[in-house]
Design a protein around this ligand. Sequence first.
Ligand code: PLP
Length: 380
Amino acid sequence: MINFNNPHFTGKEIQYIKKAIKSGKISGNGKFTQQCQNFFEQKYHFGKSYLTASCTDALEMAAILCNIEPEDEVIIPSFTFVSTALPFVRMGAKIIFADSQADHPNIDARKIETLITKKTKVIVPVHYAGIACDMGKIMNLALKHNLMVIEDAAHGIDAYYISPCSQEKKAIGSIGHFSAFSFHETKNIVTGEGGMLVVNEDRFLQRAEIIWEKGTNRTEFIRGEVDKYGWVDVGSSFLPSEITAAFLFAQIEMLDEIQKKRVALWQNYYNLLEPLSAKGCFSIPVIPYFSTNNAHIFYIVCNSPEERIKLIDTLKSKGITASFHYQSLHKSKYYYEKHDGRELPNCDRFSECLVRLPLYYDLSGEKIKYICREINNFFK
Ligand SMILES: *Cc1c(COP(=O)(O)O)cnc(C)c1O
């Protein structure tokens, strides 16, 4: 059986966890946490980074930092995971769901402006499959209408947006006011559950570290800036333990190697499936000129929902686990009644026709050949 996902372990995780245990300090915000945060800040020119227990938590911190109030409107794509919407819903905001592009699951930046009202406070672009949204357009809209941008970069580690004007490469996660990453076991680098908030504007830093540390100024205390610490704001226990951070440090040491292999495997799929796509059997991912490819997901989009079901079943009978992805959030049981009724046809099509193929570090080129051969047989 070829699994859909196998988390990759680098072999150093236990060693670093032992080191954390030996140090006697296993709660959050210790040495490993700081080493991981420094790594990301330096490698990707992020603002201040805070490890969190999940990407959902990082989004929750961002929502608090944006001062979301009841009746505020937040624009998010409907083709995403529930976590993109949850923090804003919990603070009473109304979610304005946006459609995907016709040729890509990412939010259609050209159509966002029609959704902006006086109540709009935040746009949350999701970089689906690690492909950058049109951040130039989105940041311009934010500037023009005085909005905040929170990048849901759960898929976006080691991915870049390339500015069409200057050709400057900017890491996904370094562009919006805030961004949220995930180290869930299904992502490119993993800690089981885990995430990170990036804060790209200094004016939010003081409040961010307080919210991170349960509404206290404990971090100031640790730095020796105050002689005792106490309750100063809202917050929660957003920081992960040093055990998780130690695990993450082992993963990031191997990040470049993991990425190189994933990109090669992704390209294998692309080359082997391109001929069928050219014949119109399905479509393969489009990488826009302003984005790199971090090989988070390889997917194909079938021509009909019926064909997708048949394909997934056929692959399963050949020992291959392929998987659909998000269900349109605007049609979900929880939000359907609250949605304003607009149709989002591109989102629905990706919900009904997209198939993700197995992609992980320990997959081989041989297995990909086998998977593509079976896909070829199906469409014969
Ligand atoms: C995985 C994922 C999340 C949630 O990540 P967790 O770390 O599990 O909280 C949020 N948004 C998107 C787009 C995701 O794929």
